[in-house]
Design a protein around this ligand. Structure first.
Ligand code: NAD
Ligand code: ZN
Length: 367
């Protein structure tokens, strides 16, 4: 029995996230129910090889005309060049306003295909079929789409909500251990942000999520519910949605310092270190107990994630290099930084006024 999370949007619109094993085979029926006559599948080479034919077969069996556009796997595909290729590909497959763009893959494909859908003919409908844990619990929900500019990550984009998210959790069986763990950092994050009970559940059930038991579906649903709740209350990110960045101020800085080289560090690994740092920093400031910080690091380490700066391959330099990398991410006013900190597990908050010198002293001890 697949799980379902409904996401209400403004002006009475809404969409469903369906979660379960084997759902990819139902994508044709779902697309037909949405009234589409054609579908343009956007995917990457790896995912195309694994699931492309199945998705195409399901759509064609439901009577839809189908085209497929494939990009190379990896972050480099969130580029102007691939955006142009995908858009022209969709046009050549005669995808009209009432048709569907189907994003089949991880966050890279979701962001790229979603942005192509947002701008093609000033907006065509799209369906997310996320195939990484990160995409199922994070990037496929919330309507942010976009590509990278040579001047920075995710700087070109649009808000474009999907009509449906179809998270086939069986597709995660073929995901690498490393990508699975990286996605798991985001799962744990939801507990740490605002749901201590969910974090505790993760401490007991995490291995079932990795093994593909019913816990996996339950965890994906819980994360989607949490993210959808935040997004609904703050669709355009001017308040509460910032909490989703717990662990990301440090994490983004680490990604920047490692040159976005996935051989050294993937996003979720940066987030795991960032989560551990955010809690240790909170404890140091007397905001939460040291035992909370210990519990966070222990759990992430148990799931095979790094929790210390020393674990970044090749090192991250000195505290000032880290601070500079962080300042690029956040608005710095008079040497003060905004962080997401915590009063405890499940009790995060926005701390807009942290002294740079305080962060520096903390990083010195951490290094
Ligand atoms: P990804 O899309 O690059 O996928 C990771 C790797 O896994 C790729 O090599 C891919 O080919 C492979 N893969 C995907 N599904 C597979 C499967 N089922 N089996 C085997 N291999 C599979 O990376 P990601 O971590 O999913 O997404 C990262 C991107 O998401 C970043 O660009 C980030 O900016 C974006 N993101 C967007 C949002 C948002 O709100 N829009 C939120 C978070 C992250
Ligand atoms: Zn993230």
């Amino acid at each position: 029995q697949p799980l379902r999370v409904n996401v209400p949007l403004n002006q009475g619109r809404d969409y469903d996230i369906r979660i379960g094993r084997g759902l990819l085979d139902e994508i044709g029926i779902e697309a037909r129910d949405l009234g589409a006559r054609a579908a343009g599948i956007v995917t990457d080479e790896t995912v195309a090889g694994l699931y492309g034919e199945r998705v195409q077969a399901s759509l064609e069996a439901a009577g839809l005309r189908c085209g497929m556009i494939t990009v190379p796997p990896g972050e480099a595909s969130k580029s102007y060049a691939e955006f142009a290729r995908v858009s022209d590909g969709l046009l050549s497959h005669k995808i009209e306003r009432g048709d569907l763009v189907v994003a089949l893959g991880g966050g890279v494909v979701g962001d790229l295909a979603g942005f192509a859908a947002a701008s093609l003919r000033r907006g065509v409908r799209f369906v997310q079929a996320p195939t990484t844990l990160l995409a199922q619990v994070d990037s496929s929900v919330g309507g942010k789409t976009g590509i990278n500019s040579p001047l920075g990550k995710n700087l070109i984009g649009a808000f474009h909500q999907p009509r449906l998210v179809l998270a086939d959790t069986a597709t995660l069986d073929t995901l690498s251990e490393r990508e699975m763990r990286a996605g798991y950092a985001e799962v744990a994050k939801y507990g740490l942000i605002g749901d201590a009970e969910f974090f505790e559940w993760c401490e007991t059930n995490w291995s079932g999520i990795f093994a593909g038991g019913p816990e996996r579906d339950e965890a994906v649903a819980a994360c989607c519910r949490a993210k959808a709740g935040v997004v609904v209350r703050d669709e355009r990110e001017d308040g509460e949605r910032a909490l989703l960045n717990l662990g990301h101020t440090f994490g983004h800085a680490l990604e920047r310092l490692t040159g976005y080289d996935s051989a050294r560090l993937v996003h979720g690994e940066g987030v795991a270190i960032g989560l551990a740092l955010a809690f240790r920093f909170s404890a140091r400031l007397g905001l939460c107990g040291g035992q909370d910080a210990g519990r966070v690091a222990n759990h992430l380490a148990l799931a095979g994630l790094p929790t210390r700066l020393q674990q970044v391959p090749g090192g991250v330099g000195d505290p000032d290099a880290l601070l500079d990398a962080m300042a690029q991410d956040k608005k710095v006013r008079d040497g003060r930084l905004t962080f997401i900190l915590a009063h405890g597990i499940g009790q995060s908050f926005i701390a807009p006024d942290i002294d740079r010198a305080e962060v520096r002293a903390f990083l010195e001890d951490e290094l």
